[in-house]
Design a protein around this ligand. Structure first.
Ligand SMILES: NC(=O)c1ccc[n+]([C@@H]2O[C@H](COP(=O)([O-])OP(=O)(O)OC[C@H]3O[C@@H](n4cnc5c(N)ncnc54)[C@H](OP(=O)(O)O)[C@@H]3O)[C@@H](O)[C@H]2O)c1
Length: 243
């Protein structure tokens, strides 16, 4: 799918072909998206949420959400930010929310669990059906078990196959640092949409150096820059070299 992606309009064209992408690749089309400061921070140094994007670029993020079939975050983000992952700023359906949560640490009162419109999928490492498991189910979450990788985390390759089986054509990965790093480590990113806010934070870097363990730099290709409000939006594709 070699379409130049410079804007949300081009992204729509890609999404229109996402079913074909899934059938050909056995996984959804994956867009990794996050907001960072000029120094590459995505949160405070204590992993606390901070407002990085301006209003206009938040709007773009919600439009991206509305175009994707699913949206994924890690349990670290759920515990730090308690996000809803809705499309409240735009007209359009909310994507299917997915949490990577190996040991079922998601609080039963988390906004994603108590959402009325969709049942959040909590992907866990085949945990025992304990009290927390049942409470999350009672609150409306769907629990999905998945194999773990060498980090003891959800095996993303196995998860992608499960999502394809569930006919999920597109996936938006919204963070946080460890999750973004894993998708890069496993070369499971097809597009990056990064909001760069004109701020210096000295906070949590987007790449988690403990789990990255790669000797190669990731080069981004087909890079396009768009200015929205005070922010810069980078649209780019990863160029996976030999590692
Ligand atoms: N600026 C932005 O755009 C943005 C967006 C989102 C989040 N954030 C920030 O990011 C921070 C959270 O990042 P984080 O690194 O602490 O947490 P995270 O990436 O949200 O979640 C990481 C956790 O997810 C679980 N996990 C399960 N399978 C995984 C896999 N294959 N790969 C990676 N993790 C997996 C692990 O916990 P278990 O072992 O318990 O399963 C892991 O510790 C917060 O400060 C938040 O504000 C910023």
């Amino acid at each position: 799918m070699k379409i130049q992606i410079k804007s949300i309009e081009d992204f729509k064209t890609v999404i229109n072909k996402a079913r074909h992408f899934r059938l050909e690749n056995g996984r959804p089309f994956v867009t990794v998206t996050y907001a960072q400061s000029l120094d590459g921070s995505i949160a405070t140094v204590n992993r606390q949420q901070m407002q990085l994007s301006g209003e206009e670029s938040m709007h773009l993020t919600h439009r991206l959400r509305a175009l994707n079939r699913s949206i994924l975050v890690g349990i670290g983000t759920v515990l730090a930010d308690n996000p809803s992952l809705t499309t409240r700023l735009v007209v359009g359906d909310s994507p299917q929310p997915i949490i990577l949560d190996t040991n079922l640490r998601t609080p039963p009162n988390a906004k994603l669990v108590t959402r009325q419109d969709l049942s959040t999928w909590i992907v866990n490492g085949n945990v025992a059906t304990n009290g927390r498991y049942r409470r999350l189910q009672q609150k409306g979450a769907t629990l999905i078990s998945c194999r773990c990788d060498d980090n003891g985390w959800i095996d993303l390759g196995a998860l992608m196959a499960q999502l394809a089986e569930r006919k999920i054509d597109s996936l938006m990965v919204e963070g946080g640092a460890r999750v973004i790093t894993s998708f890069i480590r496993w070369r499971l990113a097809d597009l990056f949409v990064v909001t760069v806010a004109p701020k210096l934070v000295g906070g949590l870097p987007v790449l988690d150096t403990h789990s990255y363990r790669s000797k190669a730099y990731l080069q981004l290709d087909d890079v396009h820059y768009q200015k929205i409000g005070k922010d810069l939006i980078l649209w780019a594709r990863p160029q996976w070299g030999a590692s």
